[in-house]
Every structure is written in structure tokens, then in C-alpha cells.
Design a protein around this ligand. Sequence first.
Ligand code: CA
Length: 514
Amino acid sequence: MKKRIVAIPVSILLIISSLAIVSPSKILKVSGNTLYVGGDGSGNYTRIQDAVDNASSGDTVFVYSGTYNENILVDKTIFLIGEEKENTIIDGNKTDDVMKIISNNVIINGFTIKNSGNDHDPKDTLNSDSGIDIQSDFVTISNNIIANNLIGLSTRGISSKNNLMIKDNLFIYNNENEKKDNLAIDCYGCYLMYTDHSKILNNEFYYNDNAIRISYSDNNEITYNKIINLTNNNAYGIYIKTSNFNIFSNNYIKNTSIGIWIYSLADLIIGNIICNNTIIESFYALLMQFCSSNYIFGNLIKNNDYGIHLNYSTDNNFYHNDFINNIENAYDDMNNFWYNTVSDEGNFWDDYTGEDADQNEIGDTPYNIAGGSNQDKYPLIKPKHNIAPEKPTITGKPSGKHGTEYEYKFISTDLNGDEISYYVDWGDNSTTGWTRTLPSGEYYNSSHTWSIKENYTIRAKAKDTRGAESEWETLEVSMPKSKEIKTSLFLQRFFQRFPFFEKILKRIVSLKNQ
Ligand code: CA
């Protein structure tokens, strides 16, 4: 008997029925047989490839948890389902593609797919070793962990691919350091090439050299992905090379050398929409080179060295973007539209100094873009996104006597003009709780008495009426200041050897402080 023969078909049906909804395929069937791999059922296969080879088109291959050291070729229409993605592991042992898919209408769900080889084709005409290499259409890759590969998921190679769905996967450790083989090339999470009408949706990317690359690929949607680069290499979030009419929206990109890079050597890149993304703490948030007639709107561009930087690009449209706390918000040495030419609404620039006398929330004077003579003629007075208040400034006496009441002042501002409440932790296990709201830029005053002689850290944070909280600000106070033991390097070494004397000295100082 097969293990858990009653429970499994039900769970498979659930998985398949949920996948059938999201799959772009028009001809999926769920009426095939199920072949089992692993587990302890009699007749179960030991190798995934043997089950695939013996499956017919439309069958399901269900794989029980375990580690399978294989390189798998999927050359027929099957559903390949792992029992549990963390524990159903296909390991390529650093050789070749871990899985290669050459048939249409394939679904891969529920695996860890790791350790591809390191063979790399610099000319892009052949595929490089990948966790999953797709060379066919209507393939769905969902709910997998794709780790430690040269390229996590690749569609490189000159054949055209269409209607792929890459959804809910975790791409992790697809990076050079992790491979530890002194590779002279970059590793990638997901690399699409000659791929059209496909979706990369709701995936997470961590510790990849580069998260997503799209080359020579049109009409795709790259949405709701979370990309946080934590390697030390030059790394980009999304690299768009010679690809047109794609949508990149609602992605969260943090800590990259280039958040989104659009680049072409030969033709102008046109018709892409880049909207509602958050790009923070990167060197360039958005770098565009040889681009024309792309639309960039509704993005939050915050805490980067460079916000949007354009070279050799004309007639692109930028509006409703929020530029906050970048060293240089924007640079444009040619001619582009820095406002919506229909609605006459521009972008929010945190360094805009103009007035809004008629209070229509559009600045009365243009904002100058660095690099040339471009202007945002209609700069927004408030950001489009809700921005948390600044962390509060704390003022008040840094030292005093215990048992005496002192007043402290707290102030923060909110770029949206929201009202602000404050939360103060006095450092002695007492807090103010969240206060009533005050207008942005108005002081909150509060007094406190510390009853015990000690040093304390006052911590304060601010929250806007929409619930967005600032970071903590701190102020050290002494009630009164204790005499610290300032030890020289000589004394530190002495105490390391004779810790007993340090104890004695500390005891003497604490007695004097009482
Ligand atoms: Ca706000």
C-alpha cells in the first residue's frame, strides 16, 4: 500500500485546483494518474526522473520529502509536486541544470531546487547552468525555494518562450560568494531572455548577486516582488536590457547598487511602465540609459545616493514619484517630461523650496532637475505615499537631581502634514503611552521625575494618524551623573589579568556615588 493513500490525492487535488486558476495554460488536465516518488509505498519510485520517464502527458508526479541528487529533464506535460518545499530537495550537486523543462504546460510546485553547475555561456546563445531552465511555453513555477545556483531560474538561449508564470518562490543564495568557486561572473535569481507575455509575481529574493534580469523580452509583468540584496557585490534589483512594453509595479527593492536599471546598446527601449515601486537604500534607485517613451510614476524613491539618473534618454514621463532623502534626487542631461502632461501634476521633491500661495498643492514655481534645463513645472507639495514622521527631536536637561521634576520637549514633522502623536519611554520602566495627536511641527511637552540616582536613556518615537511610526530618538540623562571608571589601556590590560582589583575599584566608586 502507498503511504497515506487517502490523504495525498486530496491534497494533490487541492494544489492542482488552486494552480489551475493561476496557470496561464488553456489545456491543463487534472484527470491523469499520479505516480509517487520516495515515501515507503510499494511500487513508489526512488528517482524523480524514473517517474517522469514513466508518466504520460497529464499525469501528476508526487514526490515525498527527501533529498534527491538528480538532474531532471521534464519532457512531457506533467504536474511535478513536492510534499513540502523545505524538505523535498532536488540537489544538482553542482553539475548542469538541476531541472530542465522542454515541454509546454508543466507545473513545478513545492521543492527546494539547489546546487546547479557553474558552466556559463558568455554569449547568451546557449543556456548557462541553472536551478530551473525553461525552454518551453505555459510553464508554472510556484511555491519553491531556489537556492545556491549560478542562475536560479533561467530562460536564456535563443528559442522564444511565452506565457510563463513564476509565482510565490523564494530565490536565495544564488550568488558568487555562496558558490565559492571564484566565479568571474554574476549570479542571478531569475533571468528571462526572449520571453514574452509572462509574469514574475510575488516572489522574494535575498542574497542573490542580481535578483531579476529581463533581456530581449516584451509584454511581461514583474509585480509584487520583494528584493533585498544582502551580498557585498555590485548588484542590481531588476535589470531590463533591450526589452519593451513590460510592466514593473509594486516591487520593493532595498540595498542594491542599482534598484532598477534600464539599458540598451543598440535600440532605444520603449513603452515600459515602472510604477508604484519602493526603491530604498540603493546607490542608484533607477538608472535609465538609451530609453524613450517609458512611463515612471507613483514610485517611492527614498534614502538612495542617486534617485533617478538618465543618460541618452528622451521623451520619458515622470510623475507622482516621491523623492525623499536622496543625495541627488534626479539627473537628466537630455529632454524628458518631469510632470504628467495631461493632468499637469509633477513629483514630490523633498528639497523643493517654492511656495504654494494658492494652496492647490502644486508648487508655484518649477523645480529644476540637475544635468540640464529640465524642470518639473508642477511639483507636488505633499508626497503621494504616506511617509512616517521624522524621528522626534528631544530637548531638555541632560543631567539633574533624582527626585526633582524636569520638563522635556519633543517635536517631529510629517511630510504629508498629518497630525502626530508621541510615545516617550523614560528609561525607568515608565512611559507616556501614545499621546493625543498634535499638528506636525508642534511641541509635545512632558515632565518626569526619576526617583533613583542613576543614568537613564529617554527614548521617543512619533506616529502619524495613519499609523506610520518613526524610528526611536534617544537622549541620555544623568540623575545625577555617576562617576564612570575611565580606564586607560594599561589599566584595562591590568584588570584583564587581575579582575579582582577591578571589582574593588568599582565597589569604591559605587559607594562614593551613593
Ligand atoms: Ca505621514
